[in-house]
Design a protein around this ligand. Structure first.
Ligand code: GLU
Length: 571
């Protein structure tokens, strides 16, 4: 630190109108920030007010590049994106990378790619190609250090911030004392050691090059309360802030609080939608905005996605314990992103489900998300069954070609062997996926791409193994079953249309004493051993090795004559 000797000397250049106190603050600020910084007027000029329609919302997501993308982050991005787009506003991405200890290489890419996959590319900020768009940048906090410092310096100049030389150990001792005395923890009031530190002492510490953080000087009184109108949680009565929180860490980087105020103000955020762990920081943020003379944005605090855990209790979806917390889980398992987004919309606004029922074919962007319907405190519950209902519904509506393409894409990374099989005969597989697809009641049995291979495995001709009949329960003896398959094989003709195909199975049923349909069977139970369904089941099992499949006639048509004959031929 240079010039510390002169630190508190009166400088004749200073304006005559300044009080002694003001002069000292100014000198301290100059001393702590000798480098050239953007002057604050130029910052105001650099970030003009956004010209947008009156009710347009400017929202953002502000993840830290920690290498982990939580599904809750996508949930919040979706909510932020929807409100901005619904109001013809702007939704942008800001990378909050001031905590260098937590930063992971490649983490920004994980963020931008995840947003892209879920259709949530921002209007401004870094995009999937690593390129920044927008005039309110840089959108990476580590590139905004100068701007933060200008405002930290300004707060020192106006007497609303000061250096604090407490090290970790001292703060720990203080915390323990507070615990023993059973008083509120934190750096406030009498506990704020450097708040009114003697100038000589400060000078001394600076001379010794002692590391320091810069703290905000709060003027609040913790026994007073005020009402914060949260756009999601409604009115909340909160105590005023009285904590002198750190706004600049000893390395020169700002803390979240300061960066949030500066960035959201200059980037023109109208609505800060963020996790509800930040509610307790509201009093501080109000005070900080006021001290900086910035207009406060609206705040909406979003309750986290919860789950019922093993013990039956409710808890937040946890990064460590729950695989479904990580966005990569959805990719690995092959959930169509659009279906996950639909599911998240359900979690956000419960009336989305009714809207979807009345508007089955509309894009979800036509649904109007509302703040009132967002969970206030409890937080929505993650429910895999519901997620699967939605993904099945969406996959059922896809055309066979689309499904083929999606499974092909997914299998490239997650099941190369299946991809090879699919690629070998695209026409065949599209026919496979066409079974019971289209029409008003498509089959809804696939929830994710990783289920496709197993669901359709009996179509993989080279891998088909003869079914194990010991798994088949029937009132018919093994000899009778063999006999049925033999007789069917003789009459089976690939060119038969459905009716004829069915007729032949009925004929065999009659030979073995089974009714031609369930109705006849129910009327005359004593005259029959069972009904045609049981005979068809035998053929189904011979052809597919399963007792439950989509339409058997269609399956046989897709498999083709030689394959059907082969499967019906007994060794
Ligand atoms: N970086 C903060 C976080 O990840 C952002 C909070 C906010 O949206 O303001 O929690």
């Amino acid at each position: 630190m240079e010039n510390s000797n002169d630190l508190f000397k009166n400088n004749p250049e200073n304006s005559m109108n300044l009080t002694l106190e003001q002069k000292k603050n100014k000198q301290l600020a100059e001393h702590l920030f000798p480098e050239e910084l953007p002057n604050i007027e130029s910052v105001f000029e650099r970030y003009p007010k956004r010209e947008l329609p009156k009710d347009a919302m400017v929202t953002r997501i502000a993840p830290s590049p920690t290498g982990f993308m939580h599904i809750g982050g996508i949930y919040m991005a979706l909510i932020s994106e929807r409100f901005a787009r619904q109001t013809n506003g702007v939704y942008y991405l800001r990378i909050e990378d001031t905590d260098k200890k937590r930063e992971i290489e490649g983490a920004r890419k994980i963020i931008t790619e995840s947003l892209h996959k879920f259709g949530l590319d921002p209007d401004e900020g870094e995009n999937i190609n690593g390129v920044e768009r927008g005039i309110y940048g840089p959108y990476k906090q580590s590139e905004r250090k100068g701007i933060y410092k200008s405002f930290i310096k300004h707060l020192i100049e106006i007497g609303r911030a000061y250096p604090c030389f407490c090290n970790e150990e001292e703060l720990e001792v203080m915390r323990k004392m507070q615990e023993e005395l059973k008083v509120r923890p934190g750096y406030y009031g009498v506990w704020a050691k450097y708040r009114d530190a003697n100038e000589k002492k400060v000078e001394e510490m600076l001379k010794q090059n002692k590391p320091y953080a810069v703290r905000f000087k709060s003027l609040g009184n913790n026994t007073n309360t005020f009402i914060h109108n949260d756009i999601i949680k409604g009115p909340l009565e909160l105590p005023e802030n009285d904590l002198d929180v750190v706004i600049m860490k000893s390395g020169g980087l700002p803390t979240y609080h300061l960066a949030h105020a500066v960035d959201d103000y200059f980037m023109g955020t109208t609505h800060v939608l963020r996790g509800d762990e930040w509610v307790s920081s509201i009093p501080l943020h109000y005070e900080l905005f006021k001290a900086l003379d910035f207009k406060c944005p609206e705040y909406g605090h979003i309750a986290p996605i919860n789950k019922i855990d093993e013990s039956g209790g409710k808890r937040k979806l946890s990064k460590r314990k729950d695989p479904e917390a990580n966005v990569s889980f959805y990719e690995e398992n092959g959930y169509p992103e659009i279906a996950v987004v639909e599911y998240l919309m359900n979690l956000a606004n419960s009336d989305f489900e009714d809207w979807r029922k009345s508007n089955p074919d509309k894009p979800l962007t036509e649904f109007q998300l509302s703040f009132k319907r967002l969970s206030t405190s409890a937080g929505p519950l993650f429910d895999k069954i519901k997620l699967h209902d939605i993904t099945k519904e969406i996959i059922a509506k896809m055309r066979a070609e689309e499904l083929y393409k999606k499974v092909l894409d997914w299998s490239l990374k997650y099941d190369p062997e299946f991809r090879e099989i699919l690629e070998k005969d695209s026409e065949y597989w599209i026919k496979v996926f066409s079974i019971e697809r289209g029409g008003s009641k498509p089959r809804k049995d696939i929830a994710m791409w990783s289920e496709v291979k197993e669901a359709f495995s009996f179509f993989i001709k080279e891998k088909f193994i003869r079914p194990d009949w010991s798994n088949f329960t029937s009132i018919l003896s093994p000899d009778e079953i063999k006999n049925i398959i033999n007789q069917y094989n003789e009459v089976f003709s690939f060119d038969d249309l459905t009716e004829k195909w069915m007729e032949k199975i009925k004929q065999i049923s009659a030979i073995f004493g089974f009714a031609p349909d369930t109705k006849t069977f129910k009327k005359n139970r004593d005259s029959y051993r069972g009904h045609v369904g049981e005979i068809a089941q035998i053929i189904r099992f011979a052809i597919t090795g399963r007792i439950q499949t989509p339409d058997l006639y269609q399956i046989m048509q897709v498999l083709g004559e030689p394959e059907c004959k082969k499967r019906l031929a007994l060794k």
